[in-house]
Design a protein around this ligand. Structure first.
Ligand code: ADP
Length: 462
């Protein structure tokens, strides 16, 4: 039997082996999900809502255990894993309520002889592919609206972090969500992705991950005209205007950059500070970064865990090298504690200044604890730099001038904008990107729409 070896990125130790689903098993699961959809879609919305609430409560009961598994497989500090369990259940709670609000509407007809009614029905079997950086929340923010809408759901978690997802799906079954309504299969993304996209049983693909994989999934979904939701890469600018509250901006840049060791798609990836404030800003950031504790996520004091694997480590190190070769200065950091043979990869929080646009770090998502700082003279220039990327997920800016803030809101081509806020994610708000950062939104009332078809009924003969 072929297995996935799940290892702890903080030590390289084997955590657990997970059986790889065979092609037959995946096909069987797809058929099961497809067939069960006919039953699940008829379960009334209040019942689906109650099941989701029970799932959320059961996850909360198991919070400590789930968080520990998450830290073991992903490396993130335990405190962050505990926070992610709450974040994950917040999506289930939100969609448990929204399940009861899938309203239709009536439209005044153009003749007395007709009535027009619009209603919504679930799209069908939904196949999800999720990443390793938020193994719980990226799953629940797809599963919860899918199940709330009356869709059946099948997920393939990232090979690095399948254990959290497997546990969450087990807990769903424990509280009575039928096995055929929420399934999990495991294996290599490319293989299972192709089985998902080729299948006539699947009506929707929902994906969080890298832009190249998202593009491939969209192409592969075209033949069967599946619905697609894509939450792809980001390259978030973090703009600090001259009038900004310096302490607030520094506090938020630390959170927006160093959460999960910089491995989130909305991490601040390019920090743009107005010239007159730059020295003060850099000085304060340096002081804050010096306090960060790097280590194994299971240790209580740890704030920065390892990066996920060697590939990620190399990419980050190359970005730092490229930047320094092209003239960037290291303010602090650039220390590594990695052993590829043993399989652990730590990068100490690194701050770079005098960063310029031709450096790779200003063009590519970093996914690591590196904070590159560049300066700008006026807000028009900040907008030009910020928008000069194919990505459009999150952008942040700090200013107390309402004209500057409103101008930036109008001009920035990003789906999520934080004004004096470096932590905008919430289950009740629509999360998603513009341009090559994705299609569709997750969270909020917008997050349910992608799981629903609109059906228009025209009744004549009155
Ligand atoms: P990362 O490089 O950060 O791991 P990926 O986009 O490669 O991001 O991975 C996100 C998810 O996509 C994982 O579950 C992975 O297994 C899956 N995946 C990777 N390659 C493919 C592919 N070609 N088709 C479908 N899914 C894939």
């Amino acid at each position: 039997m072929s297995t996935i070896k799940v290892t702890n990125p903080a030590t390289g130790e084997l955590v657990q082996e997970v059986p790889v689903s065979t092609e037959e098993e995946v096909q069987e699961a797809l058929q099961k999900g497809y067939e069960y959809f006919q039953t699940w879609k008829q379960v009334n919305a209040h019942e689906r809502s109650s099941l989701l609430k029970a799932w959320s409560a059961r996850i909360q009961e198991e919070k400590e255990g789930i968080a520990k598994v998450m830290t073991l497989e992903s490396g993130k500090p335990l405190k962050e894993s505990l926070g992610e369990v709450d974040y994950a259940t917040s999506y289930i709670d939100w969609y448990a309520e929204e399940a009861k609000r899938i309203y239709g509407r009536t439209i005044p007809a153009h003749t007395e002889a007709k009535r027009i009614i619009v209603s919504h029905q679930p799209v069908g079997l939904v196949a999800a592919i999720t990443p390793w950086n938020f193994p719980a929340a990226m799953m629940t923010r797809k599963a919860a609206p899918a199940l709330a809408a009356g869709c059946t759901f099948i997920v393939k978690p990232a090979e690095e972090t399948p254990l959290t997802t497997i546990r969450l799906v087990e807990l769903a079954h424990e509280v009575g969500i039928p096995e055929a309504a929420a399934q999990c299969v495991n294996g290599q993304g490319k293989k299972i992705g192709k089985l998902f996209t080729d299948s006539d049983y699947v009506r929707k693909i929902t994906f969080t991950g890298s832009t190249p994989v998202g593009k491939q999934l969209m192409k592969n979904s075209a033949d069967t005209v599946k619905h697609v939701s894509m939450e792809l890469g980001g390259h978030a600018p973090f703009i600090v205007a001259a009038d900004a509250d310096l302490d607030l901006a520094v506090q938020h840049v630390m959170a927006a950059k160093f959460r999960n060791a910089g491995q989130t798609c909305i991490c601040a990836n390019r920090v743009l500070v107005q010239e007159s404030l730059a020295d003060k800003f850099i000085h304060k950031v340096k002081e804050e970064v010096a306090t960060l504790r790097v280590g194994n996520g299971l240790e209580k004091e740890t704030q920065i865990g390892p990066v996920i694997n060697g590939k990620s480590f190399d990419k980050i190190v190359n970005q730092i090298q490229d930047a320094t070769e092209k003239g960037a200065q290291v303010v602090c950091g650039k220390e590594f504690n990695a052993n590829p043979n043993q399989g652990y990869f730590f990068i100490h929080p690194t701050v770079l200044m005098n960063v310029s646009e031709e450096m790779t770090i200003m063009k590519e998502e970093t996914f690591g604890p590196v904070l590159p700082i560049t300066t700008f003279t006026n807000v028009e220039e900040a907008v030009q730099i910020a928008n000069s990327t194919p990505f459009g997920l999150a952008a942040y800016y700090f200013t107390n001038d309402y004209r500057v803030g409103t101008y930036l809101h109008d001009q920035l081509d990003f789906g999520i904008v934080g004004w004096n806020d470096g932590a905008p994610s919430a289950a009740h708000a629509p999360f998603g990107g513009m341009k090559e950062s994705g299609l569709g939104r997750e969270g909020g009332i917008e997050g349910l729409d992608p799981y629903l078809e609109t059906k228009y009924l025209s009744i004549g003969g009155f």
